[in-house]
Write a protein that binds this ligand. Structure first.
Ligand SMILES: Cc1cc2nc3c(=O)[nH]c(=O)nc-3n(C[C@H](O)[C@H](O)[C@H](O)COP(=O)(O)OP(=O)(O)OC[C@H]3O[C@@H](n4cnc5c(N)ncnc54)[C@H](O)[C@@H]3O)c2cc1C
Length: 288
């Protein structure tokens, strides 16, 4: 069932990070429950990941069990205005499924990499939209048992959700979103415009984990970093993108430590120059 010492650099968009002791790419809810029960019985920590597009995994890797929900766990249905999908579905693909059914509300998701599970955990969003307000039901596995939260029980805020505060590891298995009927012509046009903006502003040709820092109130991260003269600044193979200073990119060989050092350097420089504390948006996990 598990692969031992699996190199997690292979399953993150940044392409850095050490191994998982026990790794499984789950195909169904039964395997998810089994994996979580195994971790509980053996007293191993459990970590869930999606497509690893928002992760910086440290070079020592992750102890215990790492469960990935990705392509083999991807299934979506649409009934009326409700779109229900398992969390291995690519979030961006769901916006195309919604378009296919003339449903509006998910246009903002086109071009956001990663899966529905990661998007729910992070309350992913872009260009004024976010997933949180669309969610009507979240199904999950916690302590080896299945459970459900309805809309009122699932709280979220900017790049945060109830999942980030749960005491026990909680694996979201499927999510229902409520959308609105829309004009496919307008939906497709909006999606095209958003994708074009993304391509023109983001360094999509390099490995990255997206925006590294959360937007501090009253500021934009890119200009803060640029004004501190850090565009293009690098440590090892980790570099501040010259296209969008809010993105850290991997150029050539890089370690997770290069990125950790670069993040610390930027935080210190921005605090000194602007008096602003930058909080990472990316999830930094694992051991040094
Ligand atoms: C080029 C680029 C552009 C990006 N643009 C955006 C953007 O515009 N807006 C935005 O919000 N984000 C953006 N991101 C960040 C990222 O794509 C999103 O946060 C995405 O939703 C993460 O999904 P993932 O499957 O990769 O999650 P992962 O990175 O694998 O995991 C992220 C977090 O979610 C948790 N998680 C994942 N799956 C589950 C699950 N099933 N149950 C419980 N917890 C889970 C993990 O434990 C982890 O803490 C961008 C990233 C890149 C590389």
């Amino acid at each position: 069932m598990f692969v031992k010492d699996y190199p997690l650099a292979l399953v993150t968009s940044l392409g850095v990070g050490g191994p998982a002791d026990f790794f499984i790419r789950a195909r169904n809810v039964q395997e998810i429950v089994q994996a979580q029960r195994f971790a509980l019985e053996e007293n191993y920590p459990l970590t869930v990941i999606g497509y690893g597009t928002n992760l910086l995994i440290r070079d020592g890797g992750i102890r215990g069990v790492v469960i990935q929900l990705a392509e083999p766990f991807a299934n979506a249905t649409v009934k009326g205005n409700q779109l229900t999908a398992t969390t291995g579905c690519l979030f961006g693909s769901l916006s195309k499924l919604a378009l296919h059914h003339s449903l509006s509300g998910l246009e903002f998701a086109v071009g956001i990499p990663g899966g529905l599970g990661g998007a729910t955990f992070m309350n992913a969003g872009a260009y004024g939209g976010e997933i949180g307000p669309l969610i009507t039901e979240v199904r999950f596995v916690q302590n080896g048992c299945e459970g459900t939260w309805n809309r009122e029980e699932f709280s979220f805020s900017y790049r945060s959700s109830r999942l980030q505060a749960e005491a026990s590891p909680t694996i979201v298995t499927s999510v229902t979103l409520e959308l609105k009927p829309g004009d496919p012509q307008i939906i497709v046009e909006t999606m095209g415009n958003l994708q074009a903006q993304r391509r023109s502003k983001q360094p999509l040709e390099y490995p990255s984990a997206g925006s590294t820092f959360k937007r501090p109130e009253g500021h934009y991260v890119g200009p803060l970093i640029e004004q501190a003269g850090l565009k293009g600044f690098r440590i090892g193979g980790a570099e501040v993108s010259t296209k969008h200073a809010g993105f850290l990119i991997k150029t050539g060989e890089a370690t997770a430590q290069d990125f950790l050092d670069l993040i610390a350097h930027i935080q210190q420089a921005i605090f000194q120059k602007h008096g602003v504390s930058l909080e990472p948006e990316i999830r930094i996990i694992g051991e040094d």
